[in-house]
Write a protein that binds this ligand. Structure first.
Ligand SMILES: [Zn+2]
Length: 318
């Protein structure tokens, strides 16, 4: 059975347990943590992350997939310090999100970029020996642009070479998961190693079924969501129920994409808003969503499939 790279070493897919598949300990931008460290109160960010993880652990969360790429300011020092203070398994990512560095936009070939991702996976991230367990890519509302296609193909080749699975950011309203899947298919990727993220930003069952029927995992990973408009959390939960009723429980999993810490000018205001909007942080699914799903008639077994079995199989477990 394949092993999964975590911050503190390799684990067996059976050790994952209840897993949040799309989260972030801290988001900034490429280079910021090193160039402008004063923009972040690092020890405060670490404490906050540990507190959120502790709360989630009490609710049964066992694994946390941090999909923060280099262009989101991935900060390995911060991540490692958080990992040292929690029993929760933390998996980190290589890849590129939507804030594509200009140097990559100007002519990097697919194979050179794939080599860079492979080096991250085989050697370690950002000068550490910590290896990523996942490859993150992102397609926004413009769909698969030329540079995005390069990144998607590079991720697919790195995934085929290393066996590390792919997770995506999408603009679900624009159904851009379809374009991502097309590129991955052209690259000959086994689509069971692909997770199409932010899929609960839409309630379009035809689109969501397409993703599942291709063999990909449907990441219903924006909870509560709706702070900036769009579907509210109960509507998102109804969509989960609808997918279960369509027989797709084996392809659905839930996560928050919760903004624990971001570098913003008015940090206090952001924190006030985000804690007023979601006081449960990354325990929201356990405390709010799962009880509502049960009220809707979803069984404990189906919840375990979504939160334990789907992540385990995605990472290559039986
Ligand atoms: Zn995210």
């Amino acid at each position: 059975m394949p092993k999964i790279n975590t911050v503190k070493g390799k684990i067996d897919p059976n050790d994952l347990g209840f897993t949040l598949m799309h989260e972030h300990l801290c988001n900034t931008s490429a280079g910021i943590p090193k160039a402008f460290p004063s923009l972040l109160d690092r020890s405060e960010a670490i404490d906050r992350a540990v507190n959120f993880l502790d709360e989630a652990e009490k609710e049964g969360v066992r694994s946390f997939i941090d999909v923060t790429t280099m262009d989101l300011g991935r900060d390995m020092d911060l991540i490692q310090r958080v990992a040292d203070r929690t029993e929760i398994h933390i998996v980190v990512a290589t890849g590129i999100w939507i804030d594509v560095p200009r140097a990559i936009d100007r002519g990097v070939s697919v194979d050179r970029l794939a080599e860079a991702f492979i080096r991250d996976i085989e050697v370690g991230l950002d000068g550490t020996s910590v290896k990523p367990g996942i490859i993150k890519v992102a397609t926004d509302e413009r769909g698969v642009t030329p540079v995005n296609e390069t990144i998607l193909r590079a991720a697919a080749r790195a995934s085929r070479h290393t066996g590390i699975p792919i997770t995506t950011h999408t603009s679900a309203q624009d159904k851009v998961g379809i374009g991502q899947i097309k590129v991955f298919e052209q690259e000959g990727l086994d689509l069971s190693t692909v997770y199409i993220g932010h899929s609960n930003d839409t309630d379009d069952l035809e689109y969501l079924s397409y993703i599942a029927n291709k063999g990909c995992t449907i990441g219903m990973d924006r909870y509560p969501g709706g702070r900036l408009g769009g579907l509210q959390w109960k509507e998102r939960t109804q969509t989960v129920k609808n997918l279960i009723d369509l027989g797709l429980v084996e392809k659905v999993t839930l996560s928050h994409d919760y903004p624990m810490t971001m570098m913003l000018e008015d940090k206090a205001e952001l924190e006030r808003q985000s804690s007023a909007y979601n006081p449960d942080g990354i325990a929201f699914i356990n405390r709010q969503v799962i009880p509502l799903l049960k009220e809707m008639g979803v069984t404990d077994e189906q919840i375990d499939i979504m939160m334990i079995d789907v992540p385990r199989r995605y990472f290559g477990g039986a």
